[in-house]
Design a protein around this ligand. Structure first.
Ligand SMILES: C[S@@+](CC[C@H](N)C(=O)[O-])C[C@H]1O[C@@H](n2cnc3c(N)ncnc32)[C@H](O)[C@@H]1O
Length: 443
């Protein structure tokens, strides 16, 4: 038999190794014998915390605080749990108590900074995050929050300088801070004009331009005419991060591409074709098109392909698709064509070609993968910036001219059936205009 101390060590050790079930059951047995054991109450609380069950975590931390109101770990973990539950005032209350107990740890400052940020009190968020940075100058996320708080306060120079520090402190293989800095450049360019950031972007490109993601984002900001498609890692990264909130954020931006495609399909396809088509959703994302496509799809004939695992996981949750494949759409179609092609009656691509400028090769492969008289229905964002066929906008998205699209369709043996100029979504308070287009494969 273990003595009680050995059991406590074992429960904590199991927790540290990530064996949460075993650790929790041992914690509960220990608590039967010693219901006020602080280390075990904290460990049990932490197990619920890592499982995102913050209410249960709080119950354990509360038991510790009843006996010892100044218990530092219980106060910090309690405030973290309250933060996760969006109980920001409670988070502030417990973090302030933790700070009274010990002013040398960074965690209470970080929770105070994050909670004030969430409450949109940006000067206080800055104040506490600066304190956290004094205690730990190696944590990129502290500088990341500082950058956001300064940006919200309207101090874009401090915001840039902290986003830059976040990039410098992050491990080389971690692109999250590079993406944040790239977005910050874009937002400042939108608000103040691109000339304000040119020098900084130049510096960024010189230092980190070998990273394909940085190179892509910097080139978008420079308005490069050389780039033909978005960097795949960039697409994957932004959509993996975006996936959990994609549907709600896009709804708030009045995102129209899926419903425009749906309306065009209703005009094209008679009711009798419902349940008969083999369909591929190119860049299916979280499956916003899947809801209406499945009504047209023959049994087990609705496939989706996307680069982002996060977006695909959200699509899988909706249970519309027969298969979901993580791949680049061009590679997917090439593979399909190497296996005989001519698989699909219909392909749709809602707001996907905005990540691919040059469309010739893609449309050749789309054509080969369609059955005779098959269709592609898609949207593109309109290029009103210049006379180019396509243009990499500083947002990192491509804009296409209608003339170019018409030429591509002609060159790749498609008949342009219908097109409409419509608002695709809002961005920065303005409508993003584009086209919804239906094209049919020629014999
Ligand atoms: C704006 S979202 C649109 C998603 C979906 N079509 C919709 O309308 O909700 C663009 C999607 O295209 C995907 N994507 C962009 N480029 C891609 C590529 N080359 N291959 C596969 N997927 C791509 C992204 O990962 C993202 O999920």
């Amino acid at each position: 038999m273990f003595g009680i101390n050995k059991k406590i060590d074992k429960a904590i050790n199991l927790y540290d190794k990530g064996e949460f079930d075993k650790s929790l059951s041992l914690c509960l047995r220990i608590l039967n014998a010693d219901s006020e054991n602080s280390s075990i109450l904290i460990t049990a609380g932490n197990i619920f915390y890592v499982r995102n069950d913050y209410d249960s975590a709080i119950k354990y931390y509360t038991r510790v605080l009843k006996k010892n109101p100044a218990h530092y770990s219980a106060l910090v973990n309690m405030s973290n749990s309250c933060f996760e539950l969006k109980r920001y005032d409670d988070a502030l209350y417990y973090a302030a108590r933790a700070l009274r107990k010990d002013k040398t740890g960074k965690l209470p400052y970080i929770i105070l900074g994050n909670s004030y940020f969430a409450k949109e009190d940006y000067p206080r968020a800055v104040f506490y995050m600066e304190k956290a940075a004094e205690l730990d100058s190696s944590d990129p996320w502290i500088y990341n929050t500082l950058s956001q708080a300064y940006q919200k306060s309207g101090d874009y120079i401090a915001s840039l300088s902290n986003a830059w520090k976040a990039v410098e402190k992050a491990p080389a293989e971690d692109d999250a801070q590079q993406i944040n800095l790239g977005y910050l450049f874009y937002e400042i360019a939108l608000e103040k004009g691109v000339e304000v950031i040119t020098e900084c972007v130049d510096l960024w490109y010189k230092k980190y331009g070998r990273n394909p993601l940085v190179s892509y984002m910097a080139n978008s900001l420079f308005g490069s005419l050389q780039i033909k498609e978005a960097d795949r890692k960039y697409v994957q990264n932004i959509f993996d991060v975006f996936a959990p909130d994609f549907d709600s954020v896009l709804a708030a931006l009045d995102y129209q591409a899926p419903s425009l495609i749906q309306k065009m399909m209703e005009e094209i396809y008679p009711d009798s074709s419902r349940g008969k088509l083999r369909i591929l959703d190119l860049g299916c994302g979280t499956g916003l098109c899947g809801g209406f496509l499945r009504k047209y799809a023959a049994k087990k004939s609705l496939d989706g392909v996307d680069l982002s695992a996060g977006m695909l996981a959200a699509a899988a949750g909706k249970k519309y698709y027969t298969t979901l494949v993580q791949n680049d759409i061009k590679s997917f179609l090439e593979d399909n064509n190497n296996h005989d092609g001519k698989t699909y009656d219909l392909m749709v691509a809602a707001d996907v070609f905005t990540y691919i400028g040059e469309l010739q090769e893609l449309f050749e492969n789309i054509n080969k993968s369609l059955r005779p008289a098959g269709r592609i229905i898609f949207t593109v964002s309109e290029n009103t910036e210049n006379k180019n066929n396509y243009f990499l906008h500083m947002s990192g998205r491509f804009l296409h001219s209608l003339v170019y699209i018409k030429n591509i369709l002609k060159n790749t043996c498609f008949e342009l059936e219908f097109y409409e100029r419509r608002k695709l979504r809002n961005e920065g308070g303005k409508a993003v205009m584009g086209y919804v287009i239906s094209a049919r494969k020629k014999d």
